[in-house]
Write a protein that binds this ligand. Structure first.
Ligand code: FEO
Length: 399
């Protein structure tokens, strides 16, 4: 990616990772970008860096605007290595003594990652830094996405450098929201579901603080994906909605199957749910990636989990998904379970225990069918789907 201008004297000098397809377990079909920002002022400032393997490209991008050795300040908004992996190379090139502005937790975490005695300047929440004509303000944003995360706000131009928040794993020809339009929102939603869903309380608190401080944003620059310049309010409003765990009249049926019996059950349960006027989406775990399933789960009212019993246990892909979902803490869900079994049939009980641990409201003990469902079995699945559909409608009316 060639560096490009965001505003007068402010550039994205980051890089595109076209080929990444797995980001710690999250499937990134569209690649991603690691954005890094150069602010040209009396004090030339670099906000964030990029993954280790792109260090040369970052320095080359900066060189198109200024000799990197002329950088005066570095700001590290977040320690995760997609934004700091190239920091040792950058510091080595521009000078190890250059001041590095960072949160207090960032200092601790960067020290543990790189064991370097850099010229750290840990900042307080709300602390300001003058660059000459412009001033930056730092805001602690713990757990968005790590304990070290912070935002950097450019007061004069009202530009927010938001680190992971408001990002998307998307690499394409577009650089700004007005170039891609609403097509970017599914990517932003998947990003939220897989990276930020478990921190919704903190997001709501942060959004309230932003309101209270009366902060305005002309441009929001996340560290991944496109820059929000036409209508930054739109992504903020999406965060307000997503962080509220607002659900649709929708059930996601997540399942795996050994010899298609649990699949037959899943599809019949879906029919029953739809019969009640609730959307149903069966998602087979070896056809759909867990990161896409969790995106659907985020705004579904019911999560229906189907597992065959394999060796007295859950099917492995179901166990994988339940572990992933438990970590991301979706809230206010109805849960249900089903599955085919041969002779012991423990899977339903095991699914229920996991859903209860996630504080899902179980509609009953689940539905299990021995071997292959016959017409009575399929009828039972249909009825089970209707029961789930009615529970969704009841809860949504009550809520
Ligand atoms: Fe893009 Fe939490 O790193």
């Amino acid at each position: 990616m060639k560096p490009y201008k965001i505003a007068e004297g402010i550039y994205n000098v980051g890089v595109v990772d076209w080929n990444i397809r797995d980001f710690h377990g999250y499937s990134t079909y569209n690649g991603t970008t690691y954005n890094a920002f150069l602010i040209m002022d009396d004090k030339i400032t670099l906000v964030d860096t990029v993954k280790k393997e792109f260090a040369d490209q970052l320095l080359s991008n900066i060189s198109e605007i200024i000799d990197p050795k002329k950088i005066d300040y570095i700001i590290s908004n977040h320690t995760e290595m997609d934004h700091t992996g190239s920091l040792p190379s950058v510091m080595h090139y521009i000078g190890e003594d250059k001041p590095l502005y960072i949160s207090k937790m960032g200092k601790k975490n960067l020290s543990l990652h790189f064991r370097q005695n850099w010229n750290y300047h840990p900042v307080e929440n709300g602390e300001k830094l003058s660059l000459g004509k412009r001033t930056l303000t730092f805001f602690e944003t713990r757990m968005l996405h790590w304990p070290d995360s912070m935002f950097t706000y450019l007061n004069e131009e009202k530009i927010l450098f938001s680190s992971d928040a408001f990002g998307q794993h998307y690499a394409g020809p577009e650089k700004f929201d007005d170039e891609i339009g609403d097509a970017i929102f599914p990517h932003a939603k998947t990003y939220f579901a897989n990276i930020l869903l478990l921190y919704t309380k903190k997001i709501q608190k942060l959004l309230k603080t932003v309101n209270k401080l009366g902060l305005e944003f002309n441009i929001i620059c996340p560290d991944h994906g496109i820059i929000w310049r036409k209508n930054p309010e739109k992504i903020i409003n999406a965060y307000v909605k997503w962080s509220s765990h607002e659900a649709e009249k929708k059930a996601v049926i997540v399942y795996d199957t050994m010899w298609h019996s649990t699949q037959f059950m899943a599809e019949k349960i879906a029919e029953g749910i739809e019969h009640e006027g609730v959307k149903a989406k069966p998602m087979h775990l070896r056809s759909c990636h867990r990161s896409d399933i969790i995106t659907e789960v985020m705004d579904a009212k019911a999560v229906v989990v189907g597992s065959p019993t394999l060796n007295n246990n859950l099917f492995p892909t179901v166990a994988d998904f339940l572990t992933y979902m438990k970590g991301l803490k979706p809230q206010n869900k109805i849960g249900a379970s089903f599955g085919s079994y041969g002779w012991s049939g423990e899977s339903i009980k095991l699914v229920n225990a996991e859903l209860e641990a996630m504080k899902f409201e179980l509609i009953d003990n689940g539905l299990k069918i021995q071997y292959v469902p016959d017409s009575d079995g399929l009828e039972a699945c249909m009825e089970y789907g209707k029961k789930i559909g009615r529970a969704v409608l009841q809860q949504m009316t009550a809520g």
